[in-house]
Design a protein around this ligand. Sequence first.
Ligand SMILES: [Zn+2]
Length: 354
Amino acid sequence: MAIAVGRAFPETIHRLCRWHIIDGHSDHLNTIFMRHKDIETEMMTYTPIEFEYAWKEFIDKFGLHDSTELRDLYDIRHRWVPAFFKEDYCGHMTSTQRSESFNRLVKSSFVDHQTALHRFARRILEVVLSRKEKEAAETRACQDVPNVKTAWPFAEQLSRVYTRAVFKVFENTLDESVHFRIEQYGVDQTQWIISHSKRSEKHDWCQRQFKVTADVVNGQFICECMQWEHTGLFCPHLLRAFVHVQVEKIPHTYVLRRYSREAKSDVNFDRRDRPIAGLDGVKLSNRTKVLSLDAQQLVKWGRRSSVAFERATSVMKGLRNQLEEIPADVHGLDADDGVSEHEVEVGDGARPSI
Ligand SMILES: [Zn+2]
């Protein structure tokens, strides 16, 4: 499988699902994890060195030195332990948990091994509808801005941007950051050492110090634990620095769209199932998205008054004439420039209903 994935997706990073790793070694691991629920969490360490210590402690504690299965598992640690691939963004997903939970939902409530094929299709449609209803309810419930426990400006900013669930995670990390000390190193006030101040709660082998760059002027924030690079969410070390250097506003490049309230308002892309990109490598679908969002804003402001409406239609007509003169730099477009039904819907501001 690994060889096939490498050939079919040469630019894709292939890692192993943690859930399958543990499930595939159920004889050894599941029994231990069931009895000692904290172990799995403790194995998910910040750094490779921490993992080495944690693994040794785990093997010693449970007398697993003779297990060839666990030795094999250790040999491929760089493919399933996040500490070894922190530089690879994973969007907070280090297992196939979403597809697995969906599988479980389908099998437990909608279909079983006796479901006929024609019923299967109908039942899957019911699953999709039920999920969409649930997601819509969650979206409605998340519209309110949550109460912010602290008055830090960056926390207030993120409360308006993050979804409610992600903001909760952020606040928990911010709470955790009070257990760290901060001191400057280097000559300018952008380099910091963040240290645990509560030794007793952690193992001896835990890394206690992390180097952090918090450069407010240039909007650059880096922690050597690389949690942001790996998940897109801030670590307690960076948040400790944000408080110390009094960050007013987090640059938008550090707020991933997938964690924001905007994530649900993506317009649908072109439905043609083939990749189309310009000479600069930017996909046609991406251009569609950017232009559609701008066009929606034009409709919003252009319909507020007759003067604005006349101005908008006039400028858009002139702009359209200009754009038609510019030759296309992508291949595979339809004769009419491939404007899909949905795109027409989005841009149809000629007869706005108020
Ligand atoms: Zn960190």
